[in-house]
Design a protein around this ligand. Structure first.
Ligand SMILES: [Zn+2]
Length: 171
């Protein structure tokens, strides 16, 4: 039953749709000389061009309708990528049951600016607090997220990017 719903019905609708368009076009081309007697003088090539133009217009309309339908669907990407200050990131997005932002899981991976390989977290000890920065096993050094020379801890960068992702999805 599912197979019929998913494959046969859309195919039947498409076939019927093109059949209707074909009939309409052929009626239109038969009627044209009756409606506009001056067209009798026009060469067959011009007819064909007009029909092709009509088909093109119909195709464009169909594409526009498809685009509108597509836009009205909720935007639920499975992955996203971007750049936060100097460091690029990519994220996998997981939607769990429920319709709240806390039901959306974001797995953010930071990437080495040079090799685009995933970075790991390294704990740093500041005088007042502990925080993490991004460490690259390939370059054997840290790649800090920096804003005008000021280091942004990995935790804060993660939070900001997560907020950015949530702003751009529908749940
Ligand atoms: Zn690196």
């Amino acid at each position: 039953m599912n197979y019929i719903k998913q494959h046969i019905i859309p195919m039947a609708i498409a076939a019927l749709g093109s059949f209707v368009v074909y009939i309409l076009l052929s009626i239109f081309s038969d009627m044209l000389p009756v409606l506009l007697p001056s067209l009798k003088e026009i060469a067959v090539v011009v007819y064909i061009k007009m029909i092709l133009l009509l088909i093109a217009i119909i195709l464009i309309l169909v594409l526009i309708i498809c685009a509108i339908i597509n836009k009205s669907k909720p935007h639920k990407p499975r992955a996203m990528s971007g750049k936060f200050h100097n460091i690029e990131w990519s994220a996998e997005i997981e939607y769990r049951e429920g319709r709240e932002y806390r039901d959306v899981r974001t797995h953010i991976v930071w990437l080495c600016p040079k090799y685009k390989t995933p970075l790991s977290l390294k704990q740093m000890d500041a005088p007042n607090a502990k925080y993490h920065t991004l460490y690259c096993s390939k370059c054997k050094k840290t790649h800090d997220v920096e804003n005008k020379g000021e280091i942004i801890p990995a935790e804060n960068a993660d939070m900001t990017v997560r907020r950015e992702i949530l702003k751009n999805i529908d749940i």
